[in-house]
Ligand binder design. Sequence first.
Ligand code: 13P
Length: 274
Amino acid sequence: MQAWVIGNWKQNPATSQEVNALLDDLLSRVDAGERAKTQASKTQCHLMVAPSNIHLATVHTRLANSALLCAAQDVSAHSESTGAYTGDCSAQQVADAGATWTLLGHSERRQYHNESHNCLLNKLSHAFSQNLSVVFCIGETQEQYDNNQTFEIIDTQLSVIKDLLAQQPDITASLSERLIIAYEPVWAIGTGKVPTVAEVSKTHQHIKQTVAGFADMADTVTVLYGGSVNADNAESFAADTMIDGALVGGASLKADSFLAIADAFSQADTESNK
Ligand code: 13P
């Protein structure tokens, strides 16, 4: 399985100029890497960035001839297309701006926008209806982790997928290509604190088994780890066969660290052919 390394830019960078500078840096290094690619390092991971909606069309245009994909960070729960929903952006609109994927259910959306089970069920349904694939984010808080509730919380969050498949069973056949789960413990996001690789591995195994239990899937679902991933710790996560890639926040805002993380996962892929 080819790994995924995805940059969630969140509400960054501040200006179009800074977005373009980051893209200049990313594109020049990716191009140079492509040219230097040897037979031995031919396996590359999938690379994707998720900018703010305001920058989506620019990022899409600039990445059009590169190996990098473009994702939205969210879509409207209210309508997949148009409507009187001030401030919202629909799945159709982000797809039209160039996104082929969208993040959904990020803990910052759950925390600051009170995203509920039904809200996320609508968003998933809208995204799939508009042919967007989905990176669905889940994870427990520090308190839940301390109380050993990680699996319980994750099961509740994953039940949105189960309900979606009950509503739209036709999605099942292509689910493993159209859905990625990102396990992001809330307490590890932006804190520099990370769970051990063994803990992440065990949780990913649980996630894969749970999603496989919802649907008779030919392939296992891709599960990424997110939360304080950086150039120094990426290699240890990449070495574990249960960890199919990374969802990266802060370290995705610098081409150097983002591509170092991508290299760690590409290297692990080449070595283990996992
Ligand atoms: P950090 O990598 O900054 O901890 O953020 C992780 C994250 O929230 C990615 O979605």
